[in-house]
Design a protein. Structure first.
Length: 97
């Protein structure tokens, strides 16, 4: 989740939608995130540090590669996995264009 001012939400969504091989467009934005995403408390994220949400901010949510790490961690017989940690993205030689 990253906070944006209301007039910046569509700009962020349109810009990031161009990068579908990265996080792509937001999966949700707004304040009904508990119903839509199952997130109860933004101050207690499952991974990484909490992000401050000011009174006039809109929370914007992107899909993230950290979440599938739960699958990898709980999978059987995977000899090696290369991934990333919150805030430390994986860099490859695969171009985004």
């Amino acid at each position: 989740m990253r906070p944006y001012k209301q007039n910046q939400v569509h700009l962020a969504a349109n810009y990031t939608a161009q990068f579908s091989k990265a996080h792509g467009a937001p999966v949700y934005y707004g304040t009904d995130y508990e119903k839509e995403l199952g997130i109860r408390d933004l101050s207690k994220p499952d991974y990484g540090d909490a992000v401050t949400l000011n009174k006039d901010d809109v929370p914007v949510f992107w899909a993230c590669g950290v979440t599938p790490q739960n699958v990898i961690t709980n999978a059987c017989e995977i000899p090696i996995t290369i991934t990333h940690a919150p805030g430390c993205m994986l860099v490859t030689d695969i171009p985004n264009e």
